[in-house]
Design a binder for this molecule. Sequence first.
Ligand code: SAM
Length: 292
Amino acid sequence: EYPEIATPVRTQAIMNQYGIATKKSLGQNFLTDLNILRNIVAAAELGPDDDVVEIGPGIGALTEQLAKNAHQVLAFEIDDRLIPVLADTLSPYKNVKILQQDILKTDLPTTLAQELPGNGPKKLVANLPYYITTPILMNVLQSGVALTNIVVMMQKEVAERLAAKPGTKEYGSLSIIVQYRMNAEIAFIVPKTAFVPQPNVDSAIVKLTEREPLTVMPFDEKAFFKFVKGSFVHRRKSYWNNLLVLFGKSDDTKAKITAALAECAVDPKIRAERLDLRQFITLTNAFHAQGL
Ligand code: SAM
C-alpha cells in the first residue's frame, strides 16, 4: 500500500523515480497537501454518479482523489513525460482515463461525448496551469458543454477578478463575461506552501455554479463580449469618454450614444465598473438599436 500521491514524500519519490523536473513553462506546481485536495473534492460536491473532467493531472495528486469520489475521470495532460508516470501512479483506479492533449486544442463537446457518454452530472475540477487560466475558462464556457459545476484553482488575483462584484477595483470584463454564464465565488484561498515547487503567488479555488436564467439576453454574444471588453479599455475615464473611443466622436454618434444611455437610464458620468451585468446587456442592445 502506497501513501497517497499528494504527500511531500511520495511526490518527491515519484519525481526521483521518473527523473521528472517540473517545467515552469507548463505551469507545473504539484499539490502536496491532502487536506486541500479533500476540500477541493468537497467544494465540487462530488457524488458516485458524477463524471469529472480534469485539466493538467500532473503526477496525479488531484486525479487520485477524484477517482476515489466520482464515477469516471477524464484528464487532459499536455506533457508526454507525465503519461507513463500517470499510468503507474493511477494504476489502482480503473475509472480514470488520461488523454495526452493540449486542452486549448481540444474539441471538448466531441471528446466528452465519446469519452464520457453517460447521463450523470459532469463537473470540471482542476488545478489549472496558471499561464493559460483565462483562455481555458473562456474555451470551456464558450464550448457549450453542460457542466453542473466548475471548481478550479488559479492565481488568487485572477480568482478575485472572476468573482468580483460591481463597484470594486477587481471588477471588469472578465468578471462580467464569466458571470454572464455562471455564478462565481471564491471557495477558499490556498497558500504557496501547498505546492512543489512553490509558486510566487497565492492561489484560490473558484467555484462556478449554474446561474439563474437571465431575463434579458444580448442580441448577439460576440457583440456583447466585445462591448464589455471595450467598456473597460480606459478604466479611469468616465463611461462617456470610453464610449467616444469605442464608437467615435462625431455629433451624430454623440447623439446616438446619448439616446442609448438615456434609454437605459445610465448616467454618462458613471464609471464602467459601476455597471452590472444586466446593464451591460441592455446597453449592448440599445447601442445596436441605434446602429452603433
Ligand atoms: N493536477 C496536478 C496537481 O494538482 O498537482 C498538477 C497541476 S499543475 C498546476 C498544471 C498541469 O497542467 C501540469 O501537469 C501541466 O503539464 C498541465 N498543462 C499545462 N498546459 C496544459 C495544456 N495546454 N493542456 C493540458 N495540460 C496542460
